[in-house]
Design a protein around this ligand. Structure first.
Ligand SMILES: Cc1cc2nc3c(=O)[nH]c(=O)nc-3n(C[C@H](O)[C@H](O)[C@H](O)COP(=O)(O)O)c2cc1C
Length: 215
């Protein structure tokens, strides 16, 4: 039975896992965390930043070090975000018995894609993703690389066949975003709509007008 990618929220508070890996586009992951932190439908966020994501964080956002990383990314502390070490394979989300509602890897490097697609489970990111697949929970892999080689394409196919949603960081242009922040925000809105967490202000192409008085 294929996983139901729209069932992450399903009316009860969401308990999501977010991983940042060492691909370009870290601002997308930062935006995701900010939106989820502000969303009252999300009760818990388990957060993992790979060792290599720290290098990209430094390059792209000028954020250095692992200590107080959540505060640095959000601009404030968060009671609902629990940060885990990439090496902590004993964290709650490493077990299928823990009631996670799904996982988003944003951005997802080709290295982490390879680990997930081939079931390596060699760190907490790969293990938590592996758990999502075996438990038929939503797993969204927001990949970032260009161009793709055949290994990347094969790994995408393997992960998709196992139940992951391949959701590459390919932002929209038809909404005429004013800059990178808006582009990232609208992309994150698309990802969260896919998980059943539609966001206010999300761009919709030709929305239905359900208010007759405005016509
Ligand atoms: C500035 C910078 C940008 C990078 N961008 C990408 C990228 O877009 N996609 C990718 O797959 N790897 C990218 N890499 C390489 C990954 O960081 C590297 O393959 C790493 O081993 C991934 O490890 P992780 O998946 O454990 O985070 C980048 C590295 C650096 C330093």
């Amino acid at each position: 039975m294929p996983p139901n990618a729209t069932s992450a929220h399903a009316g009860s508070p969401a308990n999501l896992t977010v991983a940042l890996t060492g691909a370009s586009g870290i601002v997308f992951g930062q935006t995701l965390l900010r939106i989820l932190d502000a969303d009252s439908r999300v009760a818990r966020i388990h957060f993992i930043a790979s060792e290599n994501s720290l290098r990209v964080l430094a390059e792209e956002l000028g954020i250095s070090g692992r200590s107080s990383l959540v505060e640095k990314l959000l601009g404030h502390a968060s009671a609902k975000i629990a940060q885990h070490s990439e090496n902590d394979v004993g964290a709650a989300i490493a077990s299928g018995s823990y009631p996670s509602t799904g996982m988003i890897v944003m951005p997802c490097s080709m290295g982490t894609l390879a680990g997930i697609a081939n079931g390596l489970a060699s760190n907490l990111i790969e293990r938590a993703a592996d758990v999502c697949l075996k438990e038929r929970r939503p797993l969204l892999l927001c990949l970032r690389e260009t161009p793709f080689n055949q290994i990347h394409i094969r790994n995408m196919s393997l992960a998709a066949a196992a139940g992951a949603t391949i959701f590459p960081i390919i932002p929209a242009f038809y909404n005429q975003p004013a800059g990178i922040d808006e582009m990232a925000r609208q992309f994150v809105c698309r990802v969260l709509a896919h998980l059943g967490l539609p966001q206010p202000g999300a761009f919709i192409w030709k929305p239905d007008d359900l208010n007759p008085s405005s016509t």
